[in-house]
Design a protein around this ligand. Structure first.
Ligand code: FES
Length: 179
């Protein structure tokens, strides 16, 4: 039987589609282990709302039968979750020692200059949030940059950083016409 949540959040923020997707993730585990889907559920919630406000965390907690504080602990531990609003694009640069010794410090300085913001800040136009990240598992490709949690960019010279920012700022191309 599904554990009873401490309290039901209100109002409900997640769409029916997000609720169904979370339920599918939770169903991958035995009923008494629904909480094992917490990372997937947080990702689904964040994709839908952009960031994880307190009420959203409470809703995920209730869905998985977990204390809200336990869900918050997960959300606050991993850099891929946002506990505050972020820009349209999130740029995470690894500044750990192996990368720092291979140009990451200079790449980070160029990024800060180009965007006019520091780590943990968002540009005034809401386009970019800059984050300092831990090892991204690509130390040999330093400087490395992760875009929106899923696109890895390697060997980021100043020119490549500039090209990336220009590309991300550009409006999305229209859908291809039927041929
Ligand atoms: S230390 Fe930067 S990717 Fe590993």
């Amino acid at each position: 039987m599904r554990p009873v949540a401490a309290h039901e959040p209100s109002p409900k923020l997640l769409s029916a589609d997000a609720l169904a997707r979370i339920e599918r993730e939770a169903a991958k585990f035995p009923p008494e282990r629904r909480q094992s889907a917490v990372m997937a559920a947080l990702q689904i919630a964040q994709l839908e709302h952009g960031w994880l406000r307190k009420e959203l965390i409470e809703e995920v907690a209730a869905l998985l039968g977990m204390p809200a504080i336990a869900v918050y602990e997960v959300a606050s531990f991993y850099a891929m979750y946002h506990l505050a609003p972020v820009g349209r694009h999130k740029l995470t640069v690894c500044t750990n020692l192996p990368c720092a010794l291979s140009g990451a410090t200079a790449a980070a300085a160029h990024l800060r200059r180009r965007l006019g913001i520091g780590f943990g800040e968002t540009t005034a136009d809401g386009e970019f949030t800059l984050k300092e990240g831990e090892c991204l598992g690509a130390c040999g490709d330093a400087p490395v940059l992760l875009v929106d949690n899923h696109r890895m960019c390697s060997f980021m010279s100043d020119d490549k950083v500039d090209a990336l920012i220009d590309e991300l700022k550009a409006p999305a191309p229209p859908a291809a016409a039927d041929r």
